[in-house]
Ligand binder design. Structure first.
Ligand SMILES: Nc1ncnc2c1ncn2[C@@H]1O[C@H](COP(=O)(O)OP(=O)(O)OP(=O)(O)O)[C@@H](O)[C@H]1O
Ligand SMILES: [Mg+2]
Length: 502
């Protein structure tokens, strides 16, 4: 059976500290493994699935920084938390810049360890659910240059307007508020603002406001001084300080609690703040970009979002249209994603059949560009021919039905555009759709039913393992204790999509 517990690797050369941490974390419900130095830690990571690494900084042979770098190379989304001796905070900040999730100062305080570990695992889960992709390699693609600017693709008027705004505001310190449904490219735009400004060499720090527990929000943003609260054994800079000279991206800004809205407003007005428990006033030069998929005007009316903060953030508003509102971009985006996944999955898909493109354009795309990206990835993976065929598309897209969960959120007017689904409910079985998959369930014998139940169980377990490893097949195979090849065969058999670890 699958290990339900999250797997933590503790790496420290002090046997005592290893023991204490392992005992505490096991009590907190994790499965803990230990290694006595970086070299042993690295060897362990190669052989096992690990969700989080907790490592000492200074160790013989391979030290904590090298282990951090190796772990990030192997799996960039796996959080690494550093343990540092008191008074070596400079090294810890260096580790944060390299990509460590956080650090804890020795002697490790129980509450702090618990808090940091929990936060790290939670953030990673949320980020994986987000499945945000690296967009940097977009520029290497052979799409027509006028269709790609700032790494953003499109020929629709909406995208042309977006280019014009980006051109004007990218290299200014002005605050930008990006609104749009999930998957419309808000983060892509936030990065484009940063990458096309003179701040591009400085940090781009993203804060997912929905992922941070309410009571940790303030210390996360503004940092804290030693003794500010239980667990604050040392002092620490917040995200505002880390973003100094660069850009701070507050994602899902609609989720920040009311008290924080007040504090944020003050920083925006006065460009200064104090760390939690601190008295020194800190000034930083940070460009702020915020994003939300909520209707903040409605939140203001409901009293959950402060109007004054809204106006401070909304200096330059950018609203990203839903994909169904700019269907002319679909062919270009599809071509772009085919090229991307050809390279990543080592495939050679050359194009799309006319009928397939028609289905792609008539579908309503409740998940917007991210959903299109996923659909193309899967289609490229399973494609046998040179062109994507209708059979390569998932059923929802093939028959033009938005997924049940999201269809309710769609405006009824939106669906009318698609002639194929007009008048018929999803299950009314119009003549065209009926030929596809005959349903024989009523007549199945015991054998067939057992087989179906087995497949379902296998599928569930594999999906869970893939989810736990962020889609990394090698790691999922280790978790399921089968070979990678075996898992790939099973996945193909069950029609599960595979994603390249990147
Ligand atoms: N115009 C575009 N051209 C190319 N790729 C795009 C475009 N818009 C979005 N994408 C891609 O679609 C995916 C989703 O975009 P992104 O993560 O920026 O969406 P989001 O609005 O932040 O979504 P969420 O609200 O769910 O966080 C990313 O992989 C992004 O690179
Ligand atoms: Mg996003």
């Amino acid at each position: 059976m699958l290990p339900e517990k999250k797997q933590i690797l503790v790496v420290d050369d002090e046997a005592n500290l290893r023991r204490v941490l392992a005992a505490q974390l096991s009590r907190d419900g994790y499965e803990v493994h230990t290694a006595e130095d970086g070299e042993a830690g690295l060897a362990f990571l190669k052989e096992h699935h690990i969700d989080l690494v907790l490592t000492d900084l200074r160790m013989p042979k391979v030290d904590g920084m090298d282990l951090l770098r190796a772990s990030l190379r192997d799996d960039p989304s796996r959080p690494v938390v550093m343990i540092t001796a008191y008074g070596t905070v400079d090294n810890a900040v260096e580790a944060l810049k390299t990509g460590a999730f956080d650090y804890i100062t020795k002697p490790a305080d129980q509450d702090e360890v618990r808090m940091v570990v929990k936060k790290a695992l939670r953030t990673r889960d949320l980020e994986r659910a987000d499945a945000t992709r690296d967009t940097r390699d977009l520029s290497t693609l052979a799409t027509r240059p006028e269709l790609t600017r700032f790494g953003i693709i499109g020929e629709s008027q909406a995208i042309q307007d977006l280019y014009a705004i980006l051109e004007r505001v990218a290299d200014t310190p002005t605050t930008v508020l990006i609104a749009g449904e999930s998957g419309t490219g808000k983060e892509l735009v936030a990065r484009a603002l940063h990458d096309n400004s003179s701040r591009r060499e400085r940090p781009f720090i993203k804060v997912n406001c929905a992922a941070i527990p309410k009571d940790l929000m303030e210390s996360e943003l503004f940092g804290y001084e030693r003794g500010a609260f239980t667990g604050a054994v040392g002092s620490k800079p917040g995200r505002f300080e880390l973003a100094s000279g660069g850009t701070l991206f507050l994602d899902e800004i609609g989720e920040i609690p009311n008290e924080m809205q007040v504090k944020l407003l003050r920083v925006l007005q006065e460009s200064e703040f104090e760390r939690v428990g601190g008295i020194k006033t800190i000034r930083v030069d940070v460009r702020l970009v915020a994003a939300t998929n909520r209707d903040l005007k409605r939140e203001i009316a409901a009293g959950t979002f402060r109007e004054d903060l809204f106006y401070r953030l909304n200096v330059v508003p950018i609203t990203l249209p839903a994909l169904r509102e700019r269907k002319s971009d679909i062919p270009h985006l599809a071509a772009h994603f085919i090229a991307k996944f050809n390279a990543r999955l080592k495939k050679n898909v050359e194009g799309i059949e006319g009928e397939t493109l028609e289905r792609l354009t008539s579908y309503e795309w409740p998940g917007n560009i991210r959903e299109l990206e996923n659909v193309i990835e899967r289609a490229v993976l399973f494609a046998d021919g040179a062109r994507l065929r209708v059979e390569d598309l998932p059923e929802d897209v093939r028959i033009g039905r938005p997924q049940a969960a999201v269809s309710a959120a769609l405006s009824p007017a939106g669906a009318a555009q698609d002639a194929g689904s007009q008048g018929n409910g999803p299950d009314s079985g119009s003549g065209a759709a009926a030929g596809g998959s005959p349903d024989k369930r009523g007549t199945e014998g015991l054998k067939e039913q057992v087989k179906a139940a087995m497949s379902k169980l296998e599928r569930d377990l594999i999906e869970r393992a893939l989810q736990q490893t962020g889609g990394n097949v090698t790691h999922a195979a280790r978790l399921l204790k089968i070979s990678r090849k075996g898992l790939q065969l099973k996945m193909k058999e069950l029609n599960l999509r595979e994603r390249d670890p990147d």
